[in-house]
Write a protein that binds this ligand. Structure first.
Ligand code: C2O
Ligand code: CU
Length: 462
């Protein structure tokens, strides 16, 4: 084909595809092409071995997607793996058909097939996307990435708006991803698949450049399969401005230690005053640094000198005067949990033969069972959770955000909107939300090995 005929045919093609779009809507959707495929990467620095990974668009984590609040996001997805998959958009109050839960909201995308995800994003904030077919296997191989929804006018300049995507990996002695232990029953019945190495944005111990005297926003995402991260923003002078993507209406002056469970996000605001390096670290027991903030002098004119305000999203509030209350008792697991189930008249041996170790309200949960409840659209629902197991769980609700009303009987800040709540052993938590989004929604533990072995249930709205 000569150059002229090539130009000619592409001109025809562009006219053909632009015109119908102009006719349909004024704002075209933000469009991304995404492929899942096998790939390679080094997780343990440059001297570590090469790992077999599953990637989106050959990058780790997958490409960061950015859209404006209220916009439509369109993702043309193709599965180049040799196993079925699907994508979930964690924390987005999404159109149910686009929620990505294979077996509940869509058929899995088969090898070689494509699926178009297209939905509007009602809330500004920090979200993420990850595989939701055999997620215990696919997420800790690398199938995850950040989804950032910007405010109508972005609160922070782009240069000061940084994403830190944290992943926990289980590496072998050569620093390669341990793939032999995927699906280990010992992990499912204990704390989940815990790793031994953390990366930030797919890198080992990266430097995160910051500018002295200027406010930054750090969007921290825990994309791990099971690892709860203990962080202490006050150690580097940061303030918490958003949780699970939802901006706080009033920002506390100082923020102490916090825990970020798998699936959770925290947005921090930070104005470094001193030049040089500051560790970003896990603060449990012996602090463990996994990245370094490098503070340098910037060009004097750049960046905000006062902390930008991020407006809270308008979320549908539950009506606590006519809330319907539902218990969610968690039982099972190793360290006595299975014995307790047997004493309650269950048959743990039969459960274990099916790879089930956990129960919600006395029964191992799954998508195939009856829903936990059905709600009328707009109905207010309260979940009274109790963790009667020896392990920590991070309970995640699809399609909605909830208010944490109380934790171990103590009233919580009503601006604590979450999509995932952490319960340590013996903890109780009450959360409430307005079931305003029609469809079939999952409710599960975000320790992904727990989700597949009994800690999954669902509810239907509408
Ligand atoms: Cu991020 Cu059903 O999960
Ligand atoms: Cu769990």
């Amino acid at each position: 084909m000569n150059r002229r005929s090539f130009l000619g045919s592409s001109l025809v093609a562009s006219v053909l595809c632009v015109q119908p779009r102009l006719a349909l809507s004024i704002t075209a959707p933000a469009t991304y092409d995404l492929e899942a495929h096998v790939g390679k990467g080094r997780l343990y620095g440059e001297d570590g071995g090469v790992s077999d990974l599953w990637l989106y668009n050959k990058t780790l984590p997958g490409p960061e997607m950015r859209v404006r609040r209220g916009e439509t996001l369109r993702v043309n997805f193709t599965n180049r793996l040799d196993t079925p998959t699907s994508i979930h958009w964690h924390g987005i109050r999404i159109d149910n058909r686009m929620d990505g839960v294979a077996g509940l909201t869509q058929e899995p995308v088969q090898p070689g097939e494509s699926f178009i995800y297209e939905f509007t994003v009602p809330d500004a904030g920090t979200f993420w996307y990850h595989a939701h077919t055999m997620s215990w296997n696919q997420v800790p191989r690398g199938l995850a990435g950040a989804l950032i929804v910007e405010e109508d006018v972005p609160a922070f300049p782009r240069e000061q708006d940084l994403t830190l995507f944290l992943s926990d990996w289980r590496l072998d002695d050569g620093g390669r991803l341990d793939t032999a232990s995927f699906g280990a029953m010992h992990d499912f019945s204990h704390a989940g698949r815990l790793g031994n190495w953390l990366t930030v944005n797919g890198k080992s111990m990266p430097d995160i450049p910051l500018v002295q005297g200027v406010w930054h926003r750090l969007r921290v995402i825990n994309g791990s399969a099971a690892r709860v991260l203990d962080l202490d923003p006050s150690r580097f002078g940061a303030q918490v401005i958003a949780l699970d993507g939802q901006a706080l209406e009033s920002v506390p002056e100082t923020s102490g230690a916090l825990q970020l469970s798998p699936g959770q996000r925290v947005d921090l605001a930070l104005k470094p005053e001193a030049l040089g390096a500051m560790p970003f670290e896990m603060t449990t027991g012996q602090p463990f640094a996994f990245a370094r903030f490098m503070v340098t002098e910037g060009p004097t004119s750049s960046g905000p000198r006062n902390r930008p305000l991020v407006a809270a999203n308008a979320l549908p509030k539950p009506d606590l005067s006519k809330v319907r209350r539902m218990p969610l008792d968690m039982a099972g697991g190793a360290m006595g949990g299975m014995r307790a189930l047997m004493e309650a008249g269950k048959d743990p041996r039969a459960m274990m033969q099916n790879g089930q170790f956990w129960a919600f309200n006395g029964e191992p949960g799954s998508m195939e069972r009856e829903p936990l409840f059905r709600a009328k659209q707009g109905e207010s629902i309260q979940l009274d959770m109790a963790n009667d197991t020896a392990f920590t769980h991070a309970i995640h609700l699809h399609g909605h955000h909830f208010q944490v009303l109380s934790l171990n009987g103590e009233a919580q800040d009503p601006q604590d909107w979450r999509d995932t709540v952490t319960l340590h052993r013996k903890d109780t938590a009450s959360v409430a939300f307005q079931a305003d989004n029609p469809g079939k929604w999952l409710l599960h533990c975000h320790m992904l090995g727990h989700a597949v072995s009994g800690m999954t249930t669902w509810f239907e709205v509408g």
